[in-house]
Design a protein around this ligand. Sequence first.
Ligand SMILES: [Zn+2]
Length: 744
Amino acid sequence: MHHRTALVVILLSISAEYAWRGGEAARAALADTLTTHTVSADRAAVPLGFSPQSYAAEARWEKRFLEIPSGGRCRKYLRRLTRQPHVAGTPGDRAVTQFIYDEFKRSGLNPEIVEYRVLLSYPKKISVELVEQARVKLSNPEPEIRGDRDTRPSDPMVAMPWTGYAPSADLTRPVVYVNYGTAEDYGQLEKLGVSVKGKIALARYFHGYRGGKALEAERRGVAGIIVYSDPAEDGAQRGPVYPDGPWGPLGHFQRGAVVYDFVTPGDPLTPGWASTESARRLPESEAAILPKIPMVPLSAVDAQEILKRLDGPDAPKGWSGGLPLAYRVGGEAVKVHLALEMENRVTPIWNVIAKIPGSVEPEKLVILGNHHDAWVYGAVDPSSGTATMLETARALGQLLKEGFRPRRTIVLGNWDAEEYTLTGSTEWGEQFEADLRKHAVVCLNVDASASGQDFSVSAVPSLVPALIEATQAVRDPASGRSVYDRWKEQKAARSVRSYAVPGSVAAPVPFGLLGGGSDYMVFLQHAGVPALDMIFDGPYGVYHSLYDDFRWMDRFGDPGFRYHAAMSRLWGLLALRFANADLLPLDYSIYGGEIAAYLDGLEKIAPPDFFAQTIRPLIEKSREWQRAAGRATRALDALRAGDAVAALGEPRDEPSQAAATASFNAALMAQERALLDGRGIPGRPWFRHLIYAPLPSYDAETLPGLREALEAKDLARAREQAAALAAALDRALQALPAGVKASR
Ligand SMILES: [Zn+2]
């Protein structure tokens, strides 16, 4: 759903957080991590979680698996997936669902289609018109591109600029330009003495998810909001535009949902429970996450008609975009007529789920997630990920034919209606929550898989070591070196959170934190399952537009589809390792230090007394967890060095060895769960994870409950949230493997 708008911002926000702590503190924290994590290089040959003996068998399957994924196949899959628009709940979406089901079957898997009935939204009529100063129709379709027949669509819905869940409306109001429409931007307008009350706000895209822009506008008394794609952000100012390059042409516009899923994701009518056939449903008027004011997206061509006529003060510094005009704030003379006829209806959506049953621990679930619904063709978002999932399924199916059986169950979850409110994954997660909390090992999410060559990942800290080892085993197609080798070079370009890991060269790699905007949310933030979200990123200016199509991908995104295939290798390799390792390759020794760093950052917003008395002890506790979990990581290292006795105590026979393994794994799985609080974050009970939640912008918010209480200067609530966090850290400590805990 969100990759360009959110992931990059997450990375930036983390670097900002790091900047608070100062370069020195950051380097010290990193050095601390490095000393506890650097072991001799020869052990790296055996990945985390395996012994040399067990890895001998695994290595043969891994080698075989890595041979299979093919760029040519991914290209064929993508051509099929992008043949027709497939907005969730439409006939095109149903056809794509069937194609995925059939391909899973052809690969030898045993898929099922899981249906939910959810509230979706579609446009019937969209009209935006300049009515004063001049009469100009502004809701124009995206122009056809010569040589790309997919840009001449027959579906009338594709011609309309619309956002999902915008309410119907008919109003004529003056327009105010509000820059990105953030709280700071509205603050600037106040200083200029420009009122937005009852007016139409014209905002440019970027610097936050459109739902956050709508909520901010609603709070300010704005009557309606227009969002447009300025060439400074994703168009000509960045580079050549489609069809000559990957950036957005002036005529493209960005569709998307406008909904408050950072408050509660999933079907707006069933917050917190599954939208099965017979489920209880709220009346639409009680659905808290639906926006109250209308929103329409416009192209830069159409927005320019408004912008060039605006009166009022000059736009403040930093507010001018890439159009050849003097940006002004407006507010009086220019009026726009918005007329939206939208239809909300409860309608079926279809997840496709395939399970490869585990042979030893069939109840344990290693989940691979992707969605298949798109705003138009969605060649990048999400069809690249879907093509990659189909190729991964084919390769796993081939292994099954050759006799492979995973130790744990591998689940391929292909979700529907992600673009609305992460709907398909959320409903499924809510329906099977109890099972997931007990048995889900990890959620490996790939929304879009490739729009370029830069490996980019957001993850909980405990997954980073396994991820680094897997990227060391997969070749980067362009350079011929490993994905890891190219990934670690990015640290110079973007300073973000970074770690080294056991057995690898001690070079850190950048990764983002999980906020919002894709299907990992229900797993991590509701059920406490460790999660990651990854992509090969690149210049991509056609997000959620008509031009995110097959030809764009074939020419610019991933010519040859080599990065689709590389992602299939990486994704499958991670799945194999999590499914087959003796001990789960979860390393919690980084996490405590990470939390301590977030807590440290609260010094900026907490009163000094509160920081000293309440937050300092939490930092101590985080460090204690870090040290204790470090001993569990050393047990993992002992195992891969061939010392099962050091890893698991002294199992004398097979049954006791199996019992020791099971209890160690249960302890590791309990770690992420321990960070949940069943009461949720105040005001957002669906979000139970005390360390990570999404902001309205979709950025990751660390320590959401505690941070929000401090920001609201509500010290009583902050004290409660600190106590909840202390209890969570205690639970994590208590749940560590027995031997590890005793030796602390
Ligand atoms: Zn997506």
